[in-house]
Design a protein around this ligand. Structure first.
Ligand SMILES: Cc1ncc(COP(=O)(O)O)c(C=O)c1O
Length: 414
């Protein structure tokens, strides 16, 4: 079946034809592409068309599609049993890798998704502080947790949904939302942030802001929680906290930690993490938590990420970002490219994007037209202005060149 046929069949069976909203490509005004397989940095659709993939499953595939070492690790794990609901040696090995890399992590609890990690970390922060209210930043996405959907970025921003129906007034009232770059005033259980927000597109923090958040958390008795589901193991081995030298109390991890299989985690100081059951009485559990296949994929992926891998990821991201900026300048289209190691967003904007209001002011029509034109030229981009692109260590200079040639043509056509 073609993508079009599959989509029309899917519309009968899945809400909006998809299992996660942004995939539907509605915001760029076209139908989704159904994927047959991935090879390194490329996607191949059901019609056999090839695309350079800058989505990479939204972040987990930092080693590319089907990396032989990841596939071998998962295959070996599957042959030994796909799930036990009992502890395994690999979980201990993965926790040790996390503790070694991530400065705030002394202990780790695995979950199956970033959303579960967010839910759990908030419960833990509430239990530890005896407070109910938390504060988050506009444009940040922490999964689809009831209390965290207000002014969330990512798919909600893409669909223009300010807050989801179905969230109770009480849940919404327990979350304060403030603009990125503003220090919270009141006393909260947790100050929750993406330290490099990447769900309104990539937005770097103002100078000194993360350190100021650390100080504010200490002064008000709140726990500082970094959601490093995207940035963890990507912008540096230990994430933003290593790169910026600001250590949170608790950290959420996801995406890369599962190497393309469902895994996520939360981690932090021993005395906090030991509040979690069965060490303590903050309850949290999961049938597939620490699943052997996901654990094997995560371990194999982390072991590929040596110093050379980060140097390469950084170089590639910069090459792509600078090239996109150059192409836009040549075409006379105002584009600002935010970038860091392994993440970038070209904002169709005259001015720098510092927060959610700036991101929402971007020319999303232009982004959509650009995105459609890039697909026609064999480049698969996040179908939303409010997402980051995800370079991987499988991408090479040839993929950047192909992308930039397509971008020059697509931007000229705008
Ligand atoms: C920063 C951040 N936190 C949490 C999540 C939720 O993770 P999951 O989709 O695995 O539930 C995401 C997902 O994109 C994310 O980007």
């Amino acid at each position: 079946m073609s993508s079009a046929e599959l989509y029309h069949r899917a519309l009968e069976l899945l809400p909006g034809g998809v299992n996660s909203p942004v995939r539907a490509m509605r915001s760029i005004g076209r139908e989704p592409i159904f994927v047959a397989r991935g090879e390194g940095p490329e996607l191949i659709d059901v019609e056999g068309n090839r695309y350079v993939d800058w989505v990479m499953s939204w972040g987990p595939l930092i080693a590319g599609h089907g990396h032989p070492e990841v596939v071998a690790a998962v295959t070996a794990a599957a042959a030994a049993g796909t799930s036990f609901g009992a502890p395994t040696e690999a979980e201990v090995a993965l926790a040790a890798e996390v503790v070694e890399r991530v400065p705030s992590a002394e202990m780790v609890r695995m979950t199956s998704s970033g959303t579960e990690a967010a839910m759990s970390v908030i419960r833990l922060a509430r239990a530890a502080t005896g407070r109910d209210r938390i504060v988050k930043f506009a444009g940040a996405y922490h999964g689809y947790v009831d209390g965290l959907l207000a002014e969330a970025g990512s798919g909600l921003a893409t669909a223009g949904i300010p807050a989801s129906p179905g969230v109770t007034a009480a849940q919404a009232a327990d979350t304060a939302v403030i603009p990125w770059g503003v220090l919270p005033e009141a006393e909260f259980a947790a100050i929750l942030c993406e330290p490099y927000p990447a769900n309104m597109g990539l937005v770097r923090p103002p100078d000194g802001f993360l350190a100021a958040l650390r100080e504010r958390a200490d002064a008000t008795g709140a726990l500082l929680v970094f959601d490093e589901v995207i940035s963890g193991f990507r912008v540096a081995p230990g994430g933003v906290q290593e790169r910026e030298g600001v250590v949170p109390d608790l950290t959420m991890l996801g995406k890369v930690i599962g190497g393309g299989l469902p895994a996520a985690a939360y981690a932090g100081r021993r005395e906090l993490m030991e509040l979690v059951a069965p060490a303590g009485d903050v309850y949290q559990a999961g049938t597939l938590s620490g699943n052997p296949l996901a654990t094997a994929a995560g371990l194999a992926t982390l072991r590929l990420l040596d110093e050379a891998a980060y140097a390469r990821l950084d170089e590639l991201s910069e090459l792509l970002a600078a090239g996109l900026e150059g192409a836009a300048r040549q075409a006379g289209i105002p584009v600002r490219v935010a970038r860091t190691t392994g993440l970038l967003t070209p904002f169709f904007s005259e001015r720098p994007v510092r927060d959610y209001e700036d991101a929402k002011a971007c020319d999303t029509e232009h982004y959509a037209a650009f995105c459609r034109a890039m697909l026609e030229r064999g480049v698969y981009l996040p179908p939303s202005q409010f997402e980051a692109w995800f370079p991987s260590i499988a991408h090479g200079e040839a993929h950047v060149e192909h992308t930039l040639a397509a971008a020059r043509a697509a931007l000229e056509a705008l």
